[in-house]
Design a protein around this ligand. Sequence first.
Ligand SMILES: Cc1cc2nc3c(=O)[nH]c(=O)nc-3n(C[C@H](O)[C@H](O)[C@H](O)COP(=O)(O)OP(=O)(O)OC[C@H]3O[C@@H](n4cnc5c(N)ncnc54)[C@H](O)[C@@H]3O)c2cc1C
Length: 494
Amino acid sequence: MRFGDFMLTTKITLLLSVLIFSVPTLAADNHTKTYDVIIVGGGIAGLTAAFYLDDYDLLLLEKEQQAGGRATSGQYKGLYYAKGAEYLGTPEGPLKEIISKFSLRLREIPAPADVILSEGKMYFGDYGKAQLLVKKSSASELNRFARQTLTVYEKYDDIPDLELSKELKRLDDITASQWFQENHFSPIYSEIYNVTFRGLFGAGSDEISALSAIPEIAFDFEGFEEIDEENTLAEEFANSTNSTEMYSFDRGIAEIPLALANHLGNRLRTGTTVVEVKREEDIFAVTGIQTDGSRRTYLAESVILATPSPITLKLAENILSDEQRKLLKSVNYAPYITIALFSEEPIFNTGFDLAVPDGLIFTDIYDATWISRHYHEKSRNHETSITLIYAAPFSYKDKSLLNMTDKELMKRVLTELDTLLPGSSNRVKDFNITRHPYAYPVMTPGSYQRMTRLHAITGEGLFFAGDYMIYPTFEAAASSGQLAAERVKDWLED
Ligand SMILES: Cc1cc2nc3c(=O)[nH]c(=O)nc-3n(C[C@H](O)[C@H](O)[C@H](O)COP(=O)(O)OP(=O)(O)OC[C@H]3O[C@@H](n4cnc5c(N)ncnc54)[C@H](O)[C@@H]3O)c2cc1C
C-alpha cells in the first residue's frame, strides 16, 4: 500500500469508528429468530468456538472481509507471507483436531528454524543458542539455568487448570528480569531473552512476569541433559533429533482460520462490525453495522465475545459485572508491526527466523519463502523473494510505533537492516506494512491471577475467548475458543 492510500484508509477508519461508536443505540429490531449462540470475532478463538458448536444454531460476526484476525496471510506474485502469526509448536488439542478434520497439510519448518545474530556471528538452532550462552557464561551456569527453568516448568499447567501454588504465585508477581537477577544469571541470559520476549510478547524482560517467561525458555531446553563443557554440548545436541518442532502450512498459519471459515459458510458474516451487546431479560441482542452502513440486531441465548479485551469491554460495557470490567481493563496490549520486503534477490535466506541483537526497532527477520522453497521445487527457482521484518516497541507502553508513517518506518527499518546485513536496502523493490494495535496481551506481573479470576467469574450466557484468556499464542487462543464452546454447551443444556 502506498503512503497516501494508507493515510486515506486510516482517516476513513477513524471516521467510521467515531460514527459507529457515537450512533445512539437502537432497540433490537428486524430480527426474525433467536440463535443458540452468537460469536463476535472471527480470529482463531472465535472460529474454534464455532467449530466446537457446529451442531448448534450459531452466527459468527466478523468486522473484516476475511476471517483470521492476527493470523492472516498476504500474497505477492503468487507467494504467500504471514502478516501476523508465523508458526505453531507441535499441534495439540483443538488445533490437532481441526488440522485432521480438514486434512490440512502441516509443514515442519526445516532447520535451521532459529538463528541468533550476536557480534556479527550467526548461531544456528537450539545448539547455537546454548553455545552462545556457554561462551558468554559457562557450562555450569547453562546447566543451572536449564535446570532452574525446567524445574518450574514441571509444575506448570495451562490456564484454567493451572494451580497457583505459593511458589508459582510469587513467580507471577515478579518480572522475568527480577527472576534473572535473583538467580544471579549473567547478563547475556537477560539480553538474549529480552529480544526473544519482545518478539513473542511485544514486551521485554522487565515488563513480563517470570511465570509467563518460563514456558518460552523451557521450550529451548526440552530434554536437556547436564553438560561439562562445550564439547559435550555438541554431543548432546548431535544426539538430539533434528526436528525443529515448529510448523506452518504452504499458505501460512492462515490456512487454519480459512478452513474453519469455509466450513461455516453463511453462518459467518464478514464485514459486520459489532457495536453493542445488550441483555434483554434472558436474551442477548447483538447489534452490528454492515459495510453498506446498515444496522442490524441479532438475538441469541448466549454470546461469545472473541475480541481483544479493550473491544470486549467496549461492546459489553453495560452488561459486565464490576469485577469483569476491572479485569478486562487491566489487560495491556503491545503494538506490533510486520513489514514484508519484496526483492528479486534474497535478503536473508540462511534460516527461517533470524533474531537480531537487542536495541533495534525490529526483533526478527523471517525468510517468508523458507518453507515453500524447501517443499516446492517451483519456489526454489522463483525470481521473487520475501523477507519479513517484525518490529516491536522497546516497551509495550510506547505506542509511537503505530504513529510512524510508512515513510518514517521504512527509513528506520532499512537503515537498521543495512547495519546488520550490509547492502540489503538496495535490493528492496516494494513493501507491505501491517499494523497490529492489539498485537499481544502483555503478560505483566499478576496476569495468571487475573486470568484465573476471569475464568472463574465468566458465565450466565456471556463468555469470553481470545489469547488474553490463556496465553498470547495462536494455539492458546484456539484453546480459549474450545473452552468457551464447552461453557456455552453447559449453559444451553441447563
Ligand atoms: C505480529 C504477530 C506475530 C505473531 N506470531 C505468532 C506466532 O508465530 N505463533 C503464535 O502462536 N502466535 C503468534 N502471534 C499471536 C497470535 O496471532 C494470536 O495469539 C492469535 O491469533 C489471537 O487470536 P484471537 O482469535 O484471540 O484474536 P484475533 O486474531 O485478534 O481475532 C479477533 C477478531 O475479532 C474481530 N473483531 C474485532 N472487533 C470486532 C467487532 N467490533 N465486531 C466484529 N469483529 C471484530 C477482528 O477483526 C479479529 O478477526 C502473533 C501475533 C502477532 C500480532
